[in-house]
Design a protein around this ligand. Sequence first.
Ligand code: PMP
Length: 281
Amino acid sequence: MPNIIYINGKYASYEDSKIHVNDRGYHFGDAVYEVIVFNNKIFYDFDGHIQRLFNSLKSLEINFSFSMSSLKLIIKNLIKMNRAIVGSVYIQVSRGISERNHSYYGLNIKPILTIIITKKSNIDINVKGVRAITLDDNRWSRPDIKTTQLLPNVMAKTKAVKNGAYESIFIDSDGYVTEGSSSNIWILNNDNKLITRNLDGKILSGITRNSISSFAKENNINVVEKRFTRDELFEANEVFLTSASSFVIPIIQIDNHKINEGLVGNISLNLRKLYFDNFKS
Ligand code: PMP
């Protein structure tokens, strides 16, 4: 089975692809990334993800010269070479290689682009509800930039899995929900308002979040972007998460609180379906 990745200008097998020991991504997490899912020639939200990659690169002052169309070409080649039908594309750009030194000022470093394809067996439109836990948001103050510095997220997700849950939901120091360890969080409150946190720099501007917000509005659902508390989360009629690899997943229990008596809600299911419907053609 072909296992080919793209690294630093070349297509190579896994065995032949090496990261330099002085790659700044390796030393400092000085790198940004994106994940895009594909299914039978359909990319979900391709342009949105690549545009966010460019935004992250700009925030970190990484000079990257690839265009959206050249990235698309490489990704399509890679999918073909791997004979992949369904799967995800992981795109990472590190600042590049230099002797270990915190400052990058004045250094002439060439960014390193890595692209990895992971095959999936299929994508199921049907979905079961999952459990989540809450925990303090202990991340740095710029979670709006999609960097590979993910240790708090890694610890949080691991804690969820250890507890038999699917996701950890971060709560800020004022008691408000920020986001999941790798997802955005939504609630449907008792007034039938669909609420997700506004883009105040304390969450990632999720690409799936953005699409779901548009699709919900087009379907006359009242979407409100504002902060909500942990109590509002526990008392919501429905809760779900969104992310590129999970799409829309209903959450039916958080800590010891059952949501909607432990049943998957209709709005969550409809939005998941709407997401797939919108990318069918
Ligand atoms: N927040 C965090 C912290 C994430 O890691 C992700 C997944 N990339 C998301 C939100 C959801 O973003 P997207 O819908 O663009 O995958």
